[in-house]
Ligand binder design. Structure first.
Ligand code: BDP
Length: 705
């Protein structure tokens, strides 16, 4: 159990032999072409059922009406072979119908991809010991359900915590793409339909003839799973790679360059999903260099892709608040400032990809107000499965409860219900496109993400991209049953750990909306509250010896609250109606300010850091209670991670508490902060064979004074 099969292990279920008789006796897959998703569905069903029940069913490809069979194919193909499609509702693109009523099982997709999704759904039921009769159709919330990999061509991965790239090495595409196919299989099983394989900080050499051929091989590895290829582009490629004197998006030679490149790629990858573009952001080139708008930049690619049916995911992560000497400069304001006036100017095959919060994947952020400012533009939410600011897979943090604070948030555009999940689906503003993208960054490690428990986030991402109204806990429990066991103790224990994990991490890292108080300059790991202020990226905590928090009100602050529709603006503008968990995001207050809970800000800090770290301690014995119920390999791997988290949460607790205790001078009512009489500090020890090392950032040391 090294993690490679993740939630697709098809482990035998208890008493499997008892079910054998009630299973259909054969599989009919209505496509005999080996690279087709329907063919894949047939073999997946065969392997899955063999694993779960020890029974090997035969596969045929001809007739959809064979009795006592599992039929998988498209609705159209099924009808052609004489099957009755009566009672099957109209399906959306990628949707499917699953019926296990009567002697036959019907798995019928609107297209081949949908049929494969249905096969995985059926297998997921079986693997969870659920053989009940069902008959229903399901359709996606939105057409765009992508993942982004930040893989560099040299094989490294930006913010990747699961080893080097499965796609690239030494500037080109790896020879053995087995893992790319395995990845597509995992993704298809949770209905993700495209992967952008290279970093948003892109390298134009991806466009070399050799690399385009390599991309063709990746697309070939993905295709049997209905997963399409996407790539990130470097806006300056016409100059860097094409040798042109300009990359101005309106220049005819630049337009010709992108048209040619795009045509060339489609010759090799006829079903490419599209491009992802990070322009004018963090040193990346973009149209603003030539005084062209971001929409002119996006439309340049849209026009090249349009004849091929591809789309452009254009990132809204654009900001230029690098010089924060102006206290009103607020990076949170940037996306709306850059994009609001462009609403309606993007071509129809452009989707603006918006990070869930206005800053950058923090432990808690308010919903990005840009979702409420683009009424004539298709949008997608950008989430991050890679736990960049959230413990980098060394801490257990089950992310869907965080994502749901945004997906379920009602922005009240025009005083009407405007849930983010209904905006990104295109339904709220009648947009043709929309959806989600998640930065995932799997690597060659057999656990994919570097940690077994972190995989619940990838699983849940796909499930929520399909249906964001689902409950994070029930998704989690499906994942536990598929990944670990049907044993109730295992389910309950991993559920408890996972559901408590995000609140715990928020408590011991950065609470009350102060953001994750991590090192902001480079690693994004471990505590470093000092780095949050007075750096080139922001002055986010604005902490001094009396006060803390960033005033983002219209009346006294940076004006960010004014980017929301009136009902939301009023809630955040007013300190009394701002929820405690975002107080310091919107307001600058005394440490002695009382929260709605009645507690002072500083005492809440102290208490939360203790209670969060206390919770992290409990994860170790909780996990240990599963010894013998989880295979030794995964048991030991997870135990190692949980032990690390337990220790590191104490480092977090003490670093943050001591920092604010030293700054404010306000003692902890419970007299814990700065008071560890039994602790032996590393500084007071002597060890032979070691040399003193100045810890940087210094908050990472145990005895910051
Ligand atoms: C930040 C990451 C950086 C990415 C950037 C982005 O630290 O590595 O390049 O976001 O999303 O969170 O473009």
């Amino acid at each position: 159990e090294n993690g490679l099969n993740a939630w697709l292990r098809y482990a035998p279920i208890p008493n499997a032999q008892n079910y054998s008789a009630s299973l259909p006796s054969s599989i009919v897959s209505l496509n005999s072409t080996e690279t087709s998703p329907v063919y894949t569905a047939g073999t997946e069903l065969q392997n899955g059922i063999q694993g779960i029940f020890g029974k090997r069913l035969s596969i045929s490809h001809a007739n959809g009406t064979t009795s006592s069979s599992i039929v998988v194919g498209t609705v159209d193909e099924y009808a052609k072979t004489g099957g009755s499609v009566q009672g099957i509702p109209e399906l959306d693109e990628d949707g499917f119908w699953l019926s296990s009523k009567g002697g036959n099982v019907q798995i019928l997709g609107e297209n081949e991809r949908g049929a494969l999704y249905g096969a995985f759904e059926y297998l997921s039921m079986l693997a969870q010991g659920n053989l009940s009769s069902v008959a229903y159709a399901t359709n996606p919330n939105a057409p765009v359900r992508w993942v982004n990999q930040w893989d560099n061509l040299d094989g490294s991965i930006e913010r990747g915590y699961g080893g080097p790239s499965i796609f690239f090495e030494n500037g080109t595409i790896v020879n053995d793409l087995t893992r790319a196919g395995d990845y597509a299989r995992l993704l298809a099983s949770v209905r993700v339909n495209a992967v952008v394989v290279n970093n948003v900080n892109a390298n134009s050499t991806l466009l070399s003839t050799r690399n385009i051929q390599g991309l063709g091989r990746i697309a070939d590895a993905f295709r049997p799973y209905g997963v399409r290829l996407g790539i990130s582009l470097d806006f300056a490629s016409p100059m860097d790679f094409g040798g042109l004197p300009t990359y101005d998006p309106l220049d005819p030679s630049v337009i010709a360059f992108w048209t040619n490149v795009t045509n060339q790629i489609y010759e090799t990858v006829p079903d490419m999903a599209g491009y992802l573009v990070k322009a004018n952001s963090e040193g990346q080139a973009g149209p603003l260099t030539y005084n062209r708008t971001l929409s002119q930049g996006g439309n340049l690619f849209a026009k090249a892709l349009q004849p091929h049916g591809g789309i452009v995911m254009f990132r809204a992560f654009v900001y230029n608040m690098l010089n924060e000497s102006d206290w009103k400069a607020d990076r949170a304001n940037a996306a709306v400032q850059f994009f609001k006036d462009l609403d309606g100017q993007f071509d129809d095959n452009v989707v603006v990809q918006i990070k869930y919060g206005p800053i950058d994947f923090q432990v808690r952020e308010p919903t990005s107000p840009l979702f409420a400012n683009l009424l004539n533009t298709s949008t997608a939410i950008e989430l991050e499965v890679a736990q960049e600011y959230l413990g980098q897979q060394c801490h257990l943090v089950y992310l869907p409860p965080l994502w749901k604070t945004v997906l379920d948030f009602d922005l009240r555009v025009n005083n009407q219900s405007s849930l983010v999940r209904n905006i990104i689906s295109g339904k709220r503003f009648n947009r043709p496109l929309g959806g989600s993208a998640a930065v995932v960054n799997v690597g060659t490690n057999t656990t994919w993400l570097g940690s077994h428990l972190a995989m619940s986030n990838l699983y849940a991402y796909g499930r929520l991209a399909w249906d964001p109204a689902q409950d994070p806990q029930s998704i989690l429990q499906d994942w536990i049953r598929l990944t670990f066991s049907l044993d109730n103790e295992v389910i309950d224990t991993i559920t408890q750990m996972s559901m408590e994990s995000w609140p715990a991490y928020e408590s011991y890292s950065g609470n009350l909306g102060i953001q994750t108080l991590t090192d902001i300059l480079y690693t994004h790991f471990g505590p470093n509250p000092a780095s949050q202020d007075n750096n080139g990226y922001g002055q986010w905590t604005r902490a001094d010896h009396l006060t803390i928090g960033m005033d983002r009100t219209v009346s006294n602050g940076t004006g960010f609250s004014g980017q929301y529709p009136p009902e939301i603006y009023e809630m955040y503008e007013n300190i009394e109606t701002t929820p405690d968990n975002l107080l310091l995001w919107f307001h600058h207050v005394n440490y002695t300010q009382r929260l709605q809970s009645g507690q002072t800000v500083i005492q809440h800090f102290y208490d939360a850091h203790y209670s969060g770290a206390d919770t992290a301690q409990t994860f170790v014995p909780l996990w240990e209670s599963l010894e013998g119920k989880v295979d030794t390999e995964r048991y030991n791997d997870v135990l190692f991670r949980q032990t690390y988290q337990a220790g590191h949460s104490i480092v977090w607790r003490d670093a943050i508490n001591n920092y604010y205790y030293n700054l404010s001078g306000i003692p902890d009512e419970a007299n814990r902060v700065g008071n560890h009489p039994y602790r032996v500090e590393a500084e007071s020890m002597t060890l032979s064979g070691y040399e003193p090392y100045p810890v940087n950032p210094f908050e990472m040391a145990s005895n910051f004074t």
